[in-house]
Design a protein around this ligand. Sequence first.
Ligand code: FAD
Length: 400
Amino acid sequence: VQEAVAHRRSRRAPDRFAAPGIRRGGSRPYDVVIAGAGFAGAIMAERLAEGSGKRVLVVDKRPHVAGNAYDLHDKAGVLIHQYGPHIFHTNSEQVVDYLSRFTAWRPYEHRVLAKVGDKLLPMPINRTTLNGLYSLNLQTDEDAAAFLAAQAEPVEDIRTSRDVVVNAVGRHLYETFFQGYTRKQWGLDPSELDKSVTSRVPTRTSLDDRYFTDTFQAMPRDGFTRMFERILDHPNIDLALGTDFHDLKTGDLAPLTVYTGPIDAFFGHRYGPLPYRSLQFRHETLDQRRFQEVAVVNYPAEEVPHTRITEYKYLTGQVHQQTSITYEYPSAVGDPYYPIPRPENQVLFKKYEALALQRDDVIFLGRLGTYRYYNMDQVVGQALATYRRLAERMAAQAGA
Ligand code: FAD
């Protein structure tokens, strides 16, 4: 760590540890060690450094910042997302205001098509989807609503992801768009998954073909990684990349830890591993300007091994002779990406959470630290709220 941070040390401003402390670092070189340089870790670092004058060490076991939102220019010079497409959208003004200190924005509304046979149909299902799939001519919202009502097969006790969809749109639309996709994505049948998974996907009767309807939809103008570099560029923040938190003697480094890695790993998988779904990515650059009609095309058919293909130039607006795309293959092994939403997994998580609650020297944060599927804006909101509570606690301790 000393080597990794040495180059940044020289830039450090005189010690600003005049602000109220949780507990003073004493002889220890930092006030806080943060595991993870994704949204949760980077924002906590920035707030503690800038808002409270704390000395912060951020470590990430990957060789880069930005967590899963990491983007980079590939060999051809096309800006791609290493861990699959990340589209920023939010209804929170507070989140936009905060991030806007570190980036300008490029307005972008996301659109997704699903490949069904030889047809490309809008997702989420809307009136165009119904007209295209069934060769109909539904003219109004009311026409589409009546059609869907006739398809729907009411389920009395809605508990699973299958129940949600069959209840809303019936078995045929469920099998066409959800069954195969969900089986591939999660390695489980929708009837084995919590209802929250498919509840997130709306069904529309309008012609609105945007994937999200949030009030703010835009991409960081210079990319996510550039935004993270600006967030972490602070004289009180040292950064050690390629460093596993579990290899550190954190007690010697700082009195407080913010941990944004998997909570079960923190406790040595004491109660067994929490299940996560992973992904394998195949990135390709093609000698053509465009590959597909929109940024993302879904492949719901079970016999096609990938779930979706992303073409990045739609997201970034980059002008380039070539284009880069990514195939996604869901996988049981690999990096932990998605906590699997099933009741028994929540029960296991609660056991780890109980251990976490006994540790007032560690704050667990983010998608992996709290074992919950969060979008980027939700993690930003979580980090800002956690910092506010911590700052209040520090102020109260200083006043006591
Ligand atoms: P992460 O970004 O995962 O960061 C955690 C960091 O901790 C990682 O860099 C990891 O290397 C590090 N770490 C873990 N363990 C250790 C350790 N022991 N020592 C050191 N470092 C460690 N959200 C959206 O809003 N829009 C989208 O379009 C979207 N698309 C997504 C697509 C995919 C394929 C995935 C997987 C997620 C997507 N998300 C999207 C969600 C988004 O990625 C998360 O909300 C966000 O990355 C969460 O930030 P985080 O800091 O909690 O976690």
